[in-house]
Ligand binder design. Structure first.
Ligand SMILES: [Fe+2]
Ligand SMILES: [Fe+2]
Length: 172
């Protein structure tokens, strides 16, 4: 049974200062989550870590451009909220922490869960006018043309996934 992310998202939004529908806002988090779950079917990544990465990795950005340290701040928020609004084992949390902290500066990672998190994020680059480069994707699944095409189409049109309202209770 997947954890309910509604209370997690509500806590994140309490301190989120950028536009919800901005380049790194809630609609991006939801597309990253959906990309991630699609990739999990092939990569064997930990679905709960991937879901939590989606909502935390950009949760404490200060701006919509180059924002050094935002991954670290997202990881710190996750640490503060762990045990309050979500549960992970120590080993799962270590993966979430690394995935958040290093998502901007590292190219790839040998751990399938971390690699899946980063691909889920990079497959949404179309929202800022970039096309995902297969050479910069970490998993075989993420590099598959049909996966890129599907994710990129949604990114370009900045599709708002139904889960934003239906699972997170956020009406935009
Ligand atoms: Fe980021
Ligand atoms: Fe992101």
């Amino acid at each position: 049974m997947p954890q309910d992310l509604r209370p997690v998202v509500q806590e994140i939004l309490e301190g989120y200062t950028l536009p919800l529908e901005g380049f790194h806002g809630i609609t991006h988090w939801a597309r990253v989550l959906e990309n991630g779950l699609r990739l999990c079917e092939e990569t064997g990544a930990d679905r709960e870590v991937v879901r939590l990465f989606a909502v935390f990795h950009d949760a404490r950005r200060f701006n919509e451009s180059f924002d050094p340290g935002h991954g670290q701040r997202g990881a710190e928020l996750a640490k503060a909220l762990r045990g309050k609004v979500f549960e992970l084992t120590d080993s799962q949390f270590a993966l979430l922490e690394t995935a958040c902290i290093d998502h901007t500066d590292e190219l790839t990672h040998p751990d399938a869960t971390i690699a899946t998190c980063w691909d889920a994020d990079r497959l949404d680059l179309g929202r800022v006018g970039m096309t995902p480069d297969p050479e910069l994707l970490c998993t075989a699944a993420g590099r598959r043309p049909e996966i890129i095409r599907q994710a990129h189409g949604r990114a370009v049109f900045r599709t708002v996934p139904d889960l934003v309202a239906e699972e997170w209770g956020v009406v935009l």
